[in-house]
Design a binder for this molecule. Sequence first.
Ligand code: DX5
Ligand code: ZN
Length: 219
Amino acid sequence: MKKIKLFPSIISADFTNLSKQIKIVEKAGVDGLHLDVMDGNFVPNITFGPLIVSAIKSITSLTLDTHLMIKEPDRYIEAFVKAGSDIITVHVETCPHLHRTIQIIKSNGVKAGVTLNPATSASSLIEIIKYVDLILVMTVNPGFGGQNFIPEMIEKIKILSRLRDNINPSAVVQVDGGVSLKNAKVIVESGVDILVAGNSIFNQKNITLAIRKLKKLII
Ligand code: DX5
Ligand code: ZN
C-alpha cells in the first residue's frame, strides 16, 4: 500500500508566526513543506526567494519542496539548492531548454520536478518524464493560494499518472491547488503520491485537526 504524502504550502501560513506554524505542521506529521516562489512576472504575485528558504531550512528537517513560478529559472537553481531546497520544480512554460534545466537541477544534487499550468497539455511532458523525479499537476492557475480546484484536471492527473507508470515508474505525481477534504480522495484515486495543500491547512481554525482529517482521507 503506497504512502500518500502531504506537503502544506506555506504561502497560506501566518508569516508573522512562520516558525511556530512550521513546528505545528511538523508535529502533526506532514511529510514536507511546499515553498511557492513567485516573481510577479511569470505569475501576477511576488512571494519570497532563497533568503526565506534558508531561514526555513534552519528550523526544520522536513523536505523542502520548492516550486519555481519564475521566468528563466536556470538563473536561480544554484541559489535555491544552496538555501536548502530538496526538490526544485520548474514550469514547462518557462523552460525552452527543459532537458538542460532538469539536468542542471539534478547535477546540483537535488530532486528535479516539472509542472504545467491547467491549459498546458499533458503531452508537453512526454519527452521529459523519463528524466524527472516528480511531476506536479497544477489544479489552479498559479499565483495565489485559496483558489478553487479545477475539476477537469482529474482527467489530466490520470493521463500523467499513466504516462509515469509506463515511462518512469520511479517518478512521483504531485497535485497542487485547491486541494481540500472535498476532493482529496478522488485526487488520490487518480494515481497521486503527494498532495499540496495551503488554504485547507493554514486557514483552518485548528491546523493540527485539519491535517489529521486530510491524512485520514488519503492514507
Ligand atoms: C499556487 C501555488 C499553490 C497554492 C496552494 O500558485 O502553487 O501551491 O499556494 O494553495 P491552496 O491549497 O490554498 O490552493
Ligand atoms: Zn505550488
